[in-house]
Write a protein of this length. Sequence first.
Length: 310
Amino acid sequence: MQNEHASEQRALTISMIGTLWMGLAGIGAAILSNSQAVLLDGLFSFVGFAAALFALRVIGRVQKAPDRIRPFGYGSEESIFTTFRALSLLGVVLFAIINALRSIGSYANGQLPPPLLFEPIAVYLAAILMTCLVLWLFHQRAWRKGGKRSDILKLEANAAAFDGAVSAAAGVGLFLVASIEDGPLAVVAPIGDSLIVLVLCSMAAIRYFADFRAGLAELAGVAAPKASYEMVLGVVNEPIASFGGKLVELLVVKAGRSHSVVVLFDPQRPVSAIEVDTLSDELEQSLRQKLKHANILTVVTSSSGDSETH
């Protein structure tokens, strides 16, 4: 547990350094090149830096054991982080779309935007793509080393890969704009940068809205993915069968790295509280071999629906 925590902290510290550098580089390159697309790239990086800063606090809290205030633990804070990170990035997307549309509107009214300077863009893109690759490799390694349990490390790895893809797409688009300045499409060249921003925002909005929906679903208590359900089902079936009982229903909810499991079973015979306690402990121990952050609730029930909670 401590190794997992230390690995996450180290990875997020590296992420903070990397995204801060990319944000500053993006702002600087945008000023030197007059490019809105590069500015958008830098703003995404600044949001990533702020997210990593908050994530450091979150990973400290999700390690805490359940208590009276949070009887099911603090795992949901990881879902809260994922949701609001995506919401913040959607705000940046909206800001960029409005600015791009304003630039296009100004051009339509006869106001030419400042010309793009491609030398700073080329240097910036080379540095950013290398940084994103290093961050992605680092986070992937930390995520796999931690047993693929940390949603935060997975999110940061995916964010590094997506940032690299967005930067590469921006670079391709900007150099395409340079290639059409003297051709039949020269009329749109002055607003090519703004058009690229709109394309990038469309790509980003799809990705960040998906992250927002996924985080919101966990906060709303939507059932865990099928893979998680089937894994838990495989764990609880054998102890219940050995007990001589019958599994009536299994409920699995995921919040961040934590899973809350409710096992409803029919013992098919009179049982004592001690027997139920023993089975509950066995289920919990078996489950935690697969899921370190799992809470299990055993419910004795019958086919008629009468139940007693353990």
